[in-house]
Design a protein around this ligand. Sequence first.
Ligand SMILES: *[C@@H]1O[C@H](CO)[C@@H](O)[C@H](O)[C@H]1NC(C)=O
Ligand SMILES: *[C@@H]1O[C@H](CO)[C@@H](O)[C@H](O)[C@H]1NC(C)=O
Ligand SMILES: *[C@@H]1O[C@H](CO)[C@@H](O)[C@H](O)[C@H]1NC(C)=O
Ligand SMILES: *[C@@H]1O[C@H](CO)[C@@H](O)[C@H](O)[C@H]1NC(C)=O
Ligand SMILES: *[C@@H]1O[C@H](CO)[C@@H](O)[C@H](O)[C@H]1NC(C)=O
Ligand SMILES: *[C@@H]1O[C@H](CO)[C@@H](O)[C@H](O)[C@H]1NC(C)=O
Ligand SMILES: *[C@@H]1O[C@H](CO)[C@@H](O)[C@H](O)[C@H]1NC(C)=O
Ligand SMILES: *[C@@H]1O[C@H](CO)[C@@H](O)[C@H](O)[C@H]1NC(C)=O
Ligand SMILES: [Fe+2]
Length: 583
Amino acid sequence: MLLHQITCAFFFLIITIVQCDNHFNIHGPFGKHHSIKNVPSPYGCNRTYGISFPSISLPSMNIMELNVSSTFYVSNQQIIVTWPTISLSCNDDFIGIYFIDIPLLTGACGYFDYEFIQTNQTSMSWQMINLRRPLEFRYYSREKNCAGNYSFVAKSTFVQPLNYNIPEQIHLAYSDRIDQMFVSYVTNSSEYIPECQYGLDPSLLQWHVQGTTITYKASDMCEGQANIPGPQTFIDPGYMHTIILEDIRPSTTYFYRVGNDQHGWSSVRSFTNRPADDINAKVTLIAYGDMGAAPVQPGAKSTMDRVRAQVMTNNITCVLHIGDISYARGIGALWDAFMTQIDPIASYVPYMVGIGNHEYDHVTGGDKDPSGAPGPGGFRPPWGDYGYDSGGECAVPMVRRFHSPSNGNGLFWYSFDVGPVHIVYYSTEHDFLPSSPQHAWLEHDLSSVNRSRTPWLIVGSHRPMYSSIVRDVGDSIKVMLQISLEPMFYKYHVDLNLFAHIHSYERSCPMYQGKCVDDGITHILIGMAGHNLDFDTYTGAKWSLYHDQQFGYTQISANRTYLRFTYHHNVDDAIIDEFELRK
Ligand SMILES: *[C@@H]1O[C@H](CO)[C@@H](O)[C@H](O)[C@H]1NC(C)=O
Ligand SMILES: *[C@@H]1O[C@H](CO)[C@@H](O)[C@H](O)[C@H]1NC(C)=O
Ligand SMILES: *[C@@H]1O[C@H](CO)[C@@H](O)[C@H](O)[C@H]1NC(C)=O
Ligand SMILES: *[C@@H]1O[C@H](CO)[C@@H](O)[C@H](O)[C@H]1NC(C)=O
Ligand SMILES: *[C@@H]1O[C@H](CO)[C@@H](O)[C@H](O)[C@H]1NC(C)=O
Ligand SMILES: *[C@@H]1O[C@H](CO)[C@@H](O)[C@H](O)[C@H]1NC(C)=O
Ligand SMILES: *[C@@H]1O[C@H](CO)[C@@H](O)[C@H](O)[C@H]1NC(C)=O
Ligand SMILES: *[C@@H]1O[C@H](CO)[C@@H](O)[C@H](O)[C@H]1NC(C)=O
Ligand SMILES: [Fe+2]
């Protein structure tokens, strides 16, 4: 109440109009943890559909100031917002972060992220990400003894990135040849020549190479909220720059930085290239699916912390993320949050992504689909449950950001060698039936693997071919994968089949057609990297050797004769499940 008296006494009280229906929030990208799924978002803010307001004119007025600890920031910096002590009585009062051109009076719900204000609270911390436009914090409070609409109470000065064109979201990926590496990053500039300087010594980056720039618009995506500009839908993604390093040596550590003299350079990073056809080569891969951005997805931070520690200390060769990457689903700022989150890992080891339902699945707009799948919504057999899971993105933000070898169909299916391991990514979101182009490509790829060069054969995709969760007993996609692909995988002696989509861990015996056999395929569900865990009961199938429902990641170490697979819990990094295979 006191707040309202202060506000009324000194300033005009301004009323914003919001729809009066409650709704449950989708979380934002600025480090705010809205932990309980069913906590309502600010009163009447319906993030699912966007809100339109009648416009009100802004009277001349003074607006109370929110103090910020810094007006310029770099990514991941915490900004502290402070305000004078005031007693509040409304549970719905909140501070949000906004693009500065979102209308003050009608735009209360046009935030990127928000935090409710507790009684007597006078400060709040925000973890910044660079959205390439000035931002401001605003304070909205409900009037009429907390029964009314929001009134606009206070705002901060603009806060901005220290350098709009500082390289952000740096990440690496393998290309077609072992002597190549993709280096990608984002800035705000289209008038920009991206460069990478690199060398064998961090203080002598003697080589340099230039790259190319792309972006995408709302209209480049298939449908739905991905097509709608707005703070909780499409935002200008900036410009994605990609450089390809050539003639790099195997098993060699390179130091590099990206940027240019005009706009500034990143810090120096390093990577060790994958080994060549070397009889003593040993590689260590990290693999998981279904992670998302912290703290939206509750396990993402602990996974990233553990994986970062592994990358810094244990000679990790690359990371495999097999679908359900950012869970942005049409909320553009979540891509920025996700790519910022993986930079400390992905700028040191190649980050190889596969396609999931939350990147790709769409219902209409098929002419925009970068995978070239026929029809308005791609593969939608009557027995599947393929839906609108990408929020209309149909993989466009994913294919503009990430790179891969080009021996298949872009990011949708492709293969690559990492030392003694041949890795094949296939798509469970595309036609995989025996008549399909993907099936033919898989047959061709698997049949051309030289098992003297790469004794280990690992395939990975998003949806499970096997799961002993009771809820999945009747899952038709699982059954169709078993019918369409398992005989081929068995014929070509696939060692491991990795998949995710269900948010837990499960490992089979080496098996074929549901029965443990000596020369079978080990199926491993690794969907426990960050999204809410699935808690289910299990059928007790004999082939299921281990299952577990906690956040974690997996590691695969292999030389030519020996492969060790370990599953680690994030909470203590303990190895919870492991097995070995020998050739
Ligand atoms: C959000 O708004 C849409 C469109 O106005 C409406 O159909 C839907 O019921 C609202 N959702 C909630 C949870 O209020
Ligand atoms: C804002 O914060 C700074 C630093 O803490 C402080 O010096 C200044 O007095 C504050 N201004 C207001 C208006 O509270
Ligand atoms: C808020 O501050 C007032 C005045 O100091 C105090 O009486 C009240 O108990 C505080 N409320 C809470 C919930 O801490
Ligand atoms: C909120 O604003 C709308 C539009 O002006 C108005 O119809 C409605 O009565 C207001 N609600 C309350 C509780 O004041
Ligand atoms: C960022 O990019 C946008 C779109 O290209 C441009 O309008 C804006 O001026 C740029 N901002 C800065 C500070 O360079
Ligand atoms: C592979 O690793 C195993 C276990 O560390 C070791 O016993 C074996 O000698 C290694 N083989 C090669 C070819 O390096
Ligand atoms: C990482 O690789 C370097 C160079 O090959 C080696 O000296 C070091 O022992 C390795 N570290 C681990 C933890 O395997
Ligand atoms: C398979 O790889 C081995 C070892 O690199 C090589 O000697 C052999 O010629 C290759 N076979 C074919 C068919 O390319
Ligand atoms: Fe999924």
